[in-house]
Ligand binder design. Structure first.
Ligand code: FES
Length: 743
């Protein structure tokens, strides 16, 4: 290696920040150098590399001897110097020394206080679920782009309170900042560099306008906090250009670094599935997974300082003015401080004893956010997609900026069969605002619900319903209502609610919801899916029209032939007639006071191949439909019941045993208790809602044995297949004393 700094030695032969080995495992690559030359000159970074923890602590702990002021080596192109003077770059937080740094931290830290970040956790979790919801059915993807970076970017957008129109700008700033600042990147031409500066400066000007508009605001978003801080004399603490620069720093540091940590954790967990299993069973362990990930592989491999005077470190004399790059990843795996330093072990006695967030005055400002967002993001991802693993071989697709290597692509795959299972296990709820309430028939209101921040709601398919958590006289009530809107509308849900005067209070409570109220709901669940077919016959009675409306829209979109017969007591009791009128003679209305009951035998008496029948309504109508279609091809009929299907049992129930494969326990179910109750009493994490076999909340996979299905949800074919059961009502079949369930 030739040095342009004569006399700078030792050098570490074989160390190369652009080599694959460095991107594969920076700590291992550095270890080879550390053993021989703990402090060495590295020409490509124009500075000294310090690898041992002891030396790293010394450099990071002494801001007077090791200044941060030269940390920002950006060269501003001439044409941008008027609006972006080179000295502005020196005001970046990473490039400040006291007293300026102390003052900036004082203001900026308010936006990242630990308590505030902890309070953001539910919001981050809900956001993570919304993102997984977009891609969970794909089975594969680039998890960095699809999830990790998406989550961290949306969170920083929310912290800055930027609306969606600003999103492209913020994403660009995020992607450009490390390149703008980094003097060592391999794949950027001069033309690219100039183009990046053009964009970066334009984005900064846009940010400055936003900052100006928030001067004096009392809002607690990060921009307002910085823009409204005043000094003792009443003047603004920070000028607009500097705040713009800090926002750019937050956009990059607050997104890529945590996203990289999540991607790295996915890789570590793929090689340590015992840890993954433990964390899924004990959610508190996700914080340890995150800490051990950033210890073993910090997102920033290095942090840099400049020697303010000649100094000796690790036996090497460093001249005043030279740059020093502290190798955080090497310090974190220094065998002098850490046993088994390269092992991924989440049970280390002090999981936070590492330098991933640096230390001293420049401890990462956003570490409280990273420590909430990283573990939450990982937990949600694996709870939703427990079989997610990286595709082998893992590609080394990095943006090769030496100090902060950014993985752009981590291809992963998962078993989509697991998605549904994990869904049933996860008690996910949404807090939605009631946006509109409309009387759509006698005793029927349509409620339109939306997310308080106006963002996208979880996706759903025709036939899906929501559980509404409603207040009741004797405690909370949970009631199911079908979604009746268009699944293509991502921002609102609509449900129709019939007030039942003799009901148990659920429909009355739902009728009390008015615009401005908030209601807790489940995520959409679907027990009444619309299967593809050439032709459909839809039969609806009363409020049973609600799930049929989106099915009609879907059949139209798919170009299928369809007809609907819709019955009700009277025309005025039948909801959504105006919407149905648009479909002309495909819809037959049968108000009982004008035309009597639906002629089910006339409608369905002759079996038709390639036709599926979907029916929802009161029990007598559904029984008539079931009887009439008994001779149709198997699987032609799909029903949704309001209440459990009446069953007659000749013999009393008997006890049986359930082997719970996921938890490794065995549960005895008595003759007079449900499997759900027995499992809950044994401390297993079971969910339930209706407890009468109509909602699907308690659905559990059957791994072995035969179930006696008593639910009103699964089709006859699904009962026969026996892969899944509703444990609130169903039991082991006679002659099958032991079931094995995925519990
Ligand atoms: Fe509703 Fe079991 S709890 S089906």
């Amino acid at each position: 290696m030739t040095s342009t700094h004569p006399g700078r030695c030792p050098v570490a032969h074989g160390f190369d920040v652009f080599a694959d080995a460095y991107y594969r495992d920076p700590a291992l690559h550095l270890a080879a150098a550390r053993d021989d030359t703990p402090v060495f000159w590295y020409e490509r970074l124009h500075g000294w590399v310090v690898t041992r923890r002891e030396d790293a602590l010394r450099v990071l702990g002494d801001w007077q001897a090791f200044s941060s002021a030269a940390n920002t080596a950006a060269e501003v192109p001439d044409e941008h110097r008027a609006v972006f003077p080179p000295e502005l770059v020196s005001h970046m937080i990473v490039g400040q020394d006291p007293p300026e740094h102390t003052e900036t931290r004082r203001v900026a830290q308010r936006g990242f206080l630990k308590g505030r970040m902890d309070r953001l956790q539910p919001e981050i979790e809900a956001r993570a679920h919304r993102i997984v919801d977009r891609f969970e059915d794909n089975g594969s993807g680039n998890i960095v782009e699809d999830y990790c970076l998406e989550l961290t970017t949306q969170t920083i957008m929310a912290l800055l309170d930027l609306d969606r129109a600003r999103e492209p700008m913020l994403r660009q700033v995020r992607d450009d900042l490390f390149v703008v600042l980094s003097s060592a990147h391999e794949d950027i031409t001069e033309d690219d560099r100039l183009a990046i500066w053009d964009r970066f400066v334009a984005a900064n000007l846009e940010l400055r306008e936003i900052i100006e508009s928030r001067r004096g605001s009392e809002a607690d978003d990060l921009i307002s906090v910085l823009a409204s801080a005043r000094d003792a004399d009443g003047t603004w603490s920070l000028d607009t250009a500097r705040i713009g620069l800090h926002i750019a720093e937050f956009a990059a540091a607050g997104t890529d670094t945590t996203a990289q940590a999540m991607a790295n954790a996915i890789l570590f967990l793929s090689r340590d599935t015992d840890t993954l299993r433990d964390a899924l069973a004990e959610p508190e362990l996700w914080s340890r997974v995150f800490e051990e990930t950033v210890r073993r592989r910090p997102s920033s491999t290095f942090t840099s300082r400049r020697a303010t005077a000649d100094v000796e470190i690790g036996g090497v004399t460093i001249p005043a003015g030279d740059m020093i790059h502290v190798a955080l990843s090497s310090a974190n795996t220094d065998p002098a401080h850490r046993e088994r330093p390269f092992e991924f072990d989440i049970h280390r006695p002090d999981p936070t004893d590492h330098l991933a967030f640096s230390t001293g005055r420049h401890t990462c400002l956003g570490n409280p956010l990273a420590r909430v967002q990283g573990p939450t993001g990982l937990r949600v991802l694996f709870e939703r997609l427990p079989s997610l693993r990286p595709d082998e071989p893992v590609e080394l697709d990095f943006r090769r900026t030496a100090l902060v290597p950014i993985r752009r692509n981590l291809r992963v795959s998962w078993d989509t069969a697991d998605v549904r299972r994990s869904r049933a296990r996860t008690a996910r709820t949404l807090d939605l605002d009631v946006l509109a309430r409309e009387q759509v028939a006698d005793g029927v209101v349509a409620l339109t619900l939306g997310h308080p921040d106006g963002g996208d709601l979880p996706r759903w398919k025709p036939g899906a319903h929501l559980d509404l958590h409603l207040p009741g006289a004797d405690g909370p009530l949970v009631r199911q209502y079908s979604l009746s809107s268009d699944p293509e509308d991502r921002t609102t849900y609509r449900i129709g609610v019939l007030r039942e005067p003799d009901g148990r209070g659920g429909s009355a409570a739902a009728h009390h919801l008015v615009p401005g109220s908030t209601v807790t709901t489940s995520w959409p669940r679907n027990n009444f899916r619309l299967a593809p077919a050439d032709r459909y016959v839809f039969v609806a009675g009363g409020i049973g029209i609600t799930p049929i409306l989106p099915m009609i829209a879907e059949a139209e979109r798919a170009g299928a032939r369809w007809e609907l017969v819709y019955g009700g007591r009277s025309r005025s009791s039948m909801a959504f007639l105006d919407e149905l009128a648009a479909h002309g003679d495909k819809v037959t209305l049968v108000p009982q006071d004008e035309a009597g009951r639906i002629d089910v035998p006339g409608l369905l008496g002759t079996a038709r191949r390639g036709t599926l029948v979907y029916a929802c309504g009161p029990e007598p109508l559904l029984r008539a439909v079931e009887r009439t279609t008994a001779g149709w091809p198997k699987g032609s009929l799909r029903l949704e019941r309001f209440a459990p299907k009446p069953v007659e049992r000749a013999e009393p129930d008997t006890p049986f045993q359930v082997e719970c494969a996921a938890s490794g326990t065995v549960v005895d179910v008595g003759a007079d208790e449900t499997l759900l109750d027995a499992a809950a009493n044994a401390g297993l994490p079971v969910l339930s809602s209706c407890q009468e076999g109509t909602c699907g909340t308690c659905e559990t996979r059957v791994l072995a044995g035969r179930a006696d299905h008593r639910d009103s949800i699964l089709s006859a074919a699904e009962h026969e297949a026996g892969d899944t059961m509703m444990i609130c009502v169903s039991r082991a079949a006679r002659g099958c004393p032991r079931l094995v369930l995925d519990l």
